[in-house]
Design a protein around this ligand. Structure first.
Ligand SMILES: CSC[C@@H](O)[C@@H](O)C(=O)COP(=O)(O)O
Ligand SMILES: [Zn+2]
Length: 215
């Protein structure tokens, strides 16, 4: 019998939903998911992604505030599910580009948002960090530099996702596990939620340092 996404995901581990809501609450406590902002997801089998529901206070999120969606369309797998994150399509673009990624975290941390917005006002282009030790926290074993792609904050979220798709369709050596959206926030990814969250923390610290150091 051909595997159907529902079959694959109906056994999605309960822990994944607990992990998602705990991650959202932790990022809320850090001040990086103010109000209802931010979203978190994990891959669930080959064909599905478990993601936070849309429009809920991230400081109050529980494991039932998560939605299993199809990895190809973003549609909820089960009828009657809560509405998935409005930014599901950006998560799916990351999972499409990086088959080994298991978790994606999107938040609105202040320094990353400020640096991305400043860069956008100065004409855009990727944000490059050089020399700083924290570059190693972004999955690099060497120090020299790392480039984080910067995207425009289009009102239509699928347009942002389409640009993320286009960006990662171009082959790059050692792409960073992160992206910035001007006037909006940051998204990081990794093998699991812990790695994706650690990378968000390092990215935010790098952005803070870059703003302190100046040009
Ligand atoms: C506080 S509004 C923020 C949203 O527009 C969006 O950017 C966001 O991060 C959360 O959207 P959500 O649909 O709840 O996952
Ligand atoms: Zn957002």
């Amino acid at each position: 019998m051909t595997a159907h996404p529902v079959d694959v995901v109906s056994t999605a581990p309960y822990d994944a939903a607990v992990g998602l809501s705990a991650t959202a609450r932790a990022l809320y406590d850090q001040g990086w998911m103010p109000g209802t902002s931010g979203n978190v997801s994990v891959r669930s089998g080959a064909d599905a992604v478990l993601i936070t529901a849309s429009g809920l206070g991230k400081g109050r999120l529980t494991s039932t505030d998560t939605v299993l969606v199809r990895a190809d369309t973003g549609a909820p797998v089960r009828p009657g599910s809560p509405k998935p994150s409005a930014e599901t399509c950006i998560h799916l673009a990351v999972y499409r580009a990086f088959p080994t990624v298991g978790a994606v975290v999107h938040a609105h941390p202040p320094y990353a948002t400020a640096l991305a917005s400043r860069r956008s006002r100065a004409g855009g282009g990727a944000v490059r960090f050089t020399d700083l030790e924290l570059i190693k926290g972004m999955g690099r074993s060497y120090l020299d530099s790392i480039e984080i792609p910067l995207f425009a904050n289009w009102r239509e979220v699928p347009r942002i996702a389409a640009e993320v798709d286009d960006h990662f369709a171009r082959p790059a050596t050692d792409p960073a596990p992160a992206l910035l959206i001007a006037h909006h926030g940051a998204t990081t990814w990794g093998a699991d939620l812990a790695e994706a969250s650690d990378r968000l923390e390092c990215l935010e610290a790098l952005c803070q340092l870059a703003l302190l150091i100046g040009d």
